[in-house]
Ligand binder design. Structure first.
Ligand SMILES: Nc1ncnc2c1ncn2[C@@H]1O[C@H](COP(=O)(O)OP(=O)(O)OP(=O)(O)O)[C@@H](O)[C@H]1O
Length: 256
């Protein structure tokens, strides 16, 4: 499959985003002035303790959560400038989503699940074939999800997320339901899609062995962008865990 050629506009730009949830009279700032730009072909992992705002940020990037301030732009489009109808259409074409639970339609074959978000158009069948081949799933194309392993289901979910050639792919704990071997295969695949095809991918994860595949790890704390670091290129989860802990310790003023 050819590399994508999105323009020089960053595929994802998050600027000064604030999102508050209200519980009675108390407001919780789930996102408190977040900035993040992701460049074409980059794989970014978002880490942070439970409650730090990772899922809220991911939802803000899809436009599924209304934000209180700031802007989220995908491929140069400010999501808040779109009507609900336009946003749904825009999201379907430009934002690929991958979830922990795969979310495939059980009654459809693997290939029909992949076709689902796409409109009938010239070239669609070639794209389905190319994705099945790239993801090593050609011989499973007529299988229903319950006849596929977890790792295979996630491959089909990734193919479905890519069928429209979206500007960005957002993945929420994509290996959370997989054993460690299948999880690493999915991470390696996501890494290769960025390197080979210039896909742009953001992964929310708790796991150092997922984050180690990223170009950049962004650490959130209390809804703020605490710090970021480039993972060591040794693909060593222990090293990532200590880089991550180092960032948290530095923020807390703890000496190494
Ligand atoms: N719908 C909601 N109503 C009220 N508060 C919410 C809601 N969603 C999230 N929050 C709060 O916003 C903050 C950030 O939550 P968020 O789910 O984004 O964190 P997270 O980093 O994804 O956590 P986890 O790793 O546990 O999934 C938390 O304090 C959470 O309690």
């Amino acid at each position: 499959m050819n590399s994508l050629d999105h323009s020089s506009v960053p595929p994802l730009k998050v600027e000064s985003v604030v999102k508050c949830f209200h519980q009675g009279k108390t407001a919780i700032a789930a996102l408190d002035g977040i900035n993040l730009t992701v460049e074409t072909g980059e794989l970014v992992a978002i880490m942070g303790a439970s409650g730090s705002g990772k899922s809220t940020l991911l939802h803000a990037m899809t436009g599924l959560t209304d934000i209180d301030a700031g802007t989220v732009s995908v491929d140069g489009q400010d999501l808040a400038a779109l009507s609900d109808y336009q946003l749904t259409k825009f999201r379907g074409l430009n934002i690929g989503l991958v979830f922990q639970a795969f979310n495939l339609i059980p009654s459809l074959s693997a290939e029909d699940n992949i076709r689902l978000p796409a409109t009938e158009e010239p070239g669609l069948e070639e794209r389905v074939d190319a994705l099945l081949e790239r993801l090593d799933m050609t011989d499973r194309r007529t299988h229903k999800p319950d006849a596929l392993s977890g790792g295979e289901q996630q491959r089909i979910a990734i193919a479905r997320a890519l069928i429209t050639n979206p500007a960005i792919l957002l993945a929420d704990e994509p290996t959370g339901s997989l054993d460690s071997v299948s999880g690493q295969e999915i991470c390696r695949l996501l890494r290769e899609l960025c390197t080979e095809q210039k896909r742009t991918i953001v992964i929310v994860t708790h796991e150092p062995h997922v984050a180690m595949w990223a170009d950049r790890v962004v650490v959130l704390k209390d809804g703020k962008h605490l710090a970021e670091f480039a993972p060591s290129r040794h693909f060593d989860p222990q090293k990532i865990a200590s880089q991550y802990q180092g960032v948290l310790n530095a923020a807390a003023g703890v000496m190494a």
